[in-house]
Design a protein around this ligand. Structure first.
Ligand code: AMP
Length: 217
C-alpha cells in the first residue's frame, strides 16, 4: 500500500516545516518542488536556469516542466511507500497530472491537509524566514521559530540565508499567484473528499498534532 499526502496552503503557512515533520513521523519521502528547483539552480542545470526566470518573479514554472521533474523524482526508491508532496501540485493541470502519475504506483492522493492563515501572517512569516544553505527543509523564523545559534542551522550547523523570493515585492506576487492559480485546488480536493483544513496560525507542534489526527482518519 502507498500513501500520498498533498500539503496545500499559501506560501509561508508552514507547509515545508510540517511536511518535514510528517515525513519523519511517517517514514514517507518528503518531496518539495521548490527545493528541487533550488537544487537545480545551485547545480546550474538547464532546468535550474529555466526555473530561475520564473522563481525570481514569484511566478510558477510551466506545468509540463514541473510535472516532468516530479514524475522523475517519484521513480526513486524512497517513494515506494508513498510521499509527502510539498508545493506540488500548484495548478489544476498539475493535480490532474498527479492523479494520472500515481496510477502507475497503484496509488492515489490519500489526504490533502489544507493549512490556513491570513495574508498578514504569511507576509510577516516569509519576511522573517531563514533557510539552511545545505538543506532547504531546515527552515527557521526570527520570531516564531528562531535557531538556537543566530544565523546557524540547528540540525547541521550550516549557514542560514534569506531566500531571494522572500523579499516583500516577490512575496506579494507569490501570494497573488497562489490565490489565482493554486486556490482552485481547494475545491478540487474538497469535491473528492480529501481535504482536511488545519489552522496554520497555531504553534508548530499543535499544527503537527492536527495533521497527525487527520492522517489517522
Ligand atoms: P516554494 O519553495 O514552494 O515556495 O517554491 C519556490 C518557487 O519555485 C515558486 O515560487 C515557483 O516559482 C517554483 N515552484 C515550486 N513548486 C512549483 C510548482 N508546483 N509549479 C510551478 N512552480 C513551482
Amino acid at each position: 500500500m502507498t500513501t500520498f499526502i498533498v500539503m496545500l496552503g499559501p506560501p509561508g503557512v508552514g507547509k515545508g516545516t510540517q511536511a518535514k515533520i510528517l515525513s519523519e513521523k511517517t517514514g514517507l519521502a518528503h518531496i518539495s518542488s521548490g527545493d528541487l528547483f533550488r537544487e537545480n539552480l545551485k547545480n546550474e542545470t538547464e532546468l535550474g536556469k529555466l526555473a530561475q526566470t520564473y522563481m525570481t518573479k514569484g511566478e510558477l514554472v510551466p506545468d509540463d516542466v514541473t510535472v516532468a521533474m516530479i514524475k522523475d523524482r517519484l521513480t526513486r526508491p524512497d517513494c515506494q511507500a508513498g510521499a509527502v508532496l510539498d508545493g506540488f501540485p500548484r495548478t489544476p493541470a498539475q493535480a490532474q497530472a498527479l492523479d494520472v502519475m500515481l496510477k502507475d504506483f497503484n496509488g492515489q492522493v490519500d489526504v490533502v491537509p489544507f493549512i490556513t492563515a491570513g495574508e498578514d501572517v504569511l507576509i510577516e512569516r516569509l519576511g522573517g524566514r531563514w533557510t539552511c544553505r545545505v538543506n532547504g527543509a531546515h527552515v527557521f523564523n526570527e520570531k516564531t521559530n528562531p535557531p538556537k545559534v543566530p544565523g546557524k542551522c540547528d540540525f547541521d550547523g550550516a549557514e542560514l540565508y534569506q531566500r531571494d523570493d522572500d523579499k516583500p515585492e516577490t512575496v506579494k506576487n507569490r501570494i497573488k499567484v497562489y490565490f489565482e492559480q493554486t486556490s482552485p485546488l481547494i475545491s478540487y480536493y474538497r469535491e473528492r473528499g480529501k481535504l482536511v483544513e488545519v489552522d496554520g496560525t497555531q504553534p508548530i507542534d499543535r499544527v503537527t498534532n492536527d495533521l497527525m489526527g487527520a492522517l489517522k482518519k
